[in-house]
Design a protein around this ligand. Sequence first.
Ligand code: V47
Length: 382
Amino acid sequence: MPSEASNLRAIREKVEARERLSFEDGLALEASNDLFALGAMANLVRERYNGNFGYYNVNTHINPTNVCVYKCDFCAFRADLDDPRGYTMDQTQIKERALQARSRGATELHIVGGLHHKLPFQYYVDVVRWVKEAAPEIHVKAYTGVEVEWFAKIDRRPIREILERLIEAGLGSLPGGGAEIFHPEVRDAICGAKASTETWLEVHRTAHQLGLHSNATMLYGHVEKAKHRIDHLVRLRELQDETGGFQTFIPLAFHPDHSRMDEIPKPSGVMDLKTMAISRLMLDNFPHIKAYWVMLGIKTAQVALAFGADDIDGTVVHEKIYHEAGAETPQEVTVAEIRRLIGEAGRIPVERDTLYHRVDRTGERWVSGEHIDVPLLTLAGK
Ligand code: V47
């Protein structure tokens, strides 16, 4: 049996030689508590791909409804149809939110929500249309793979047609939610009713074929084990090999408050940083890894910029999913504060739009500049 240190040494040599890490390598990384060694390896890859840049964007969240047919164990956001907490936004409210985002200079609206028992697919199409009518220049990143599969079910159409109708209405890309943990031992236990792993991957595959980019997430720190996290990353890496359509991976730390798993403690700082680093190392074909400050906390997100992350998301306003689950982060941080945090971490702050173009704010209105190309390397071991 090789010792833990010699295991890590062999992995470091692979990383330095730009070789792909195996499932077993992933497990060895998970078994290590040498946080500095993990961070140093992840940082090597992070800097190879994204140099010294630390990206952020200016965005707003809209959660059009919290009423949801599914009862995922981790969710504190959902409400039943007859729950007094339940809400559904109408055209006026959606447009107001889009105009507010526009006046604050947002380049992106992130739209996700519940799967309402009674709303037709047309409502979700209209949400996109209303936003584009109010703020045509804002990129709409909307609806997780789980929502898209729900639309296909209620509208009795194939996933491809659902996506085509959303694109026609103004959809710009898909967010990464709904992935949770792909392995059936965990998925069936915490959210078995909703879109299967295969369907989630199929929605993203189809989106990529239609020319959309998308993100991917992993919800960690609940009942899953190391092998489930590595399995999750490997499945994403395989789809990315096939399509190349993913932009960013976002590891999401579980927030237990008000959920059906509220007896589970929050993931520790060590787990947050380890998961970030391992994600960067395993997902060698993803251009970006995001430390989503809303869920990690601003301090951990800042440190994560040295553990594989190159992005800390946006100035997020009106986020509900984590805040309902006990996130203590503010609803918003200012651009000045984000830039200061990135700069203090020794990185160069760069504002990007959703599709990773540099944003130029020197004129009266923002404009998207050149695309940030990430030199993804041909892997020797592939
Ligand atoms: O799929 C729900 C997670 C996701 C909890 O694509 C929870 O840029 C922790 O996907 N504790 C939705 N996590 C959010 C999401 C996302 C966030 C930021 C950026 C992007 C992007 C996507 O939130 C859900 C689920 O995995 N979630 N409840 C909770 N209690």
